[in-house]
Design a protein around this ligand. Structure first.
Ligand SMILES: C[S@@+](CC[C@H](N)C(=O)[O-])C[C@H]1O[C@@H](n2cnc3c(N)ncnc32)[C@H](O)[C@@H]1O
Length: 327
């Protein structure tokens, strides 16, 4: 078992989501190679974890890595919004939920699915390769304007029109089915000179589209919050601004914090301290309290030691009450 991903913002995640009582249940809704879960399970012997990942390949790695924890861990090979929309009856409601969005270093380095512009691999990019349309099929199907819009909206690519034009031009000569071929087309279409590879944003935008990452996020957040116990905490780590905007707005709406500079909702503090019984509140009360006023970013040291973490943003909320029992 070869672990290649270093968990982002690990200490901050432990600080906010570490158990407050001994026997808690955490759902790691984007398990990956299990880096966060491994640290939580090692440090908190009473903790149980449910680990979910839509990629069966990476889930197998996590399963092997976490087997030392025996029946303290259960695994689900699923999209996490599907899990939360219809949780197994015996799963139990979690005290904490961690959602570390996006893909793992494993996907770029080891999956062989064309996530990286540096590799000569099939241009697939599906997290779950058993369903949906590959990146190669997507760029073969979309019209030039749709492609340009996708690059601009998903990744803020400033040369979106030029790149879309170059892709459409190139595919007249034959389907673009390899990651390295696409990277070359993009590199020739835009001015060089940036510190990043010119295809960085194109690849990011396509991966987001192929996996429906922005479309899935609102229902994932909504259903995860419903699942969480009253008094429980939910932390989201996002890696690009479109994603972070959705998380930020969702938490703001749920906390009623817009215009409230300290970010704390109207609910009373003591309402979160009784953890065992559902806490019922009138609908006027806010569903969550923001535990992070601003998103937490990695410090200088982490960015140096783990460059893929550099764009990570962690936001954490505490659930104030169960909406199901509000009247
Ligand atoms: C950033 S990685 C997680 C890394 C993990 N925290 C660790 O420390 O090893 C995100 C993982 O979540 C998975 N994933 C992304 N979105 C998902 C979703 N909506 N449902 C289930 N799995 C998802 C990806 O396949 C990937 O393995």
């Amino acid at each position: 078992m070869d672990i290649v991903h270093t968990p982002a913002l690990l200490e901050e995640t432990v600080q906010y989501l570490g158990p407050r009582s001994g026997a808690e249940l955490m759902i790691d809704a984007t398990l990956g190679e299990g880096g966060h879960s491994f640290a939580f399970l090692s440090r908190f012997p009473g903790l149980r974890v449910i680990g979910i990942d839509a990629d069966a390949g990476i889930l197998a790695i996590a399963r092997e890595r976490l087997q030392v924890f025996g029946d303290r861990v259960r695994f689900y090979s699923l999209w996490s919004h599907d899990f939360f929309a219809n949780p197994p009856h015996d799963a139990g409601r979690p005290d904490t939920i961690l959602i570390d969005l996006g893909v793992s270093v494993y996907h770029y380095e080891k999956s062989g699915r064309g996530f990286s512009f540096r590799k000569d691999e099939d241009l697939d990019m599906r997290i779950d390769p058993s369903q949906g349309e590959s990146a190669a099929d997507l760029i073969g199907r979309l019209g030039e304007k749709e492609l340009a819009d996708l690059l601009y909206h998903n990744a803020g690519e400033r040369y979106s029109r030029r790149i879309a034009g170059a892709i459409v031009e190139a595919r007249r000569r034959g389907a673009i089915r390899r990651a390295a071929v696409l990277a070359g087309i993009v590199a020739r279409a835009v001015p060089s000179g940036s510190a990043f590879h010119p295809a960085t944003k194109t690849f990011q935008a396509l991966r987001i589209a192929v996996n429906g990452e922005l479309e899935r996020l609102p229902s994932l957040l909504e259903d995860a919050l419903k699942n969480l116990k009253a008094g429980g905490r939910m932390g989201i780590i996002s890696f690009h601004s479109a994603e972070d905007r959705i998380v930020k707005r969702f938490f703001r709406d749920k906390s009623g914090a817009s215009g409230n500079r300290d970010g704390v909702s109207g609910g009373s503090r003591d309402s979160t301290s009784r953890r065992d019984t559902p806490i019922c509140r009138n609908r006027d009360h806010k569903a969550v309290r923001l535990l992070t006023r601003k998103a937490i970013s990695p410090g200088e040291e982490e960015r140096r030691a783990n460059p893929p973490s550099r764009s990570a943003r962690l936001r954490v909320v505490e659930k104030m009450y169960d909406e199901e029992c509000a009247s």
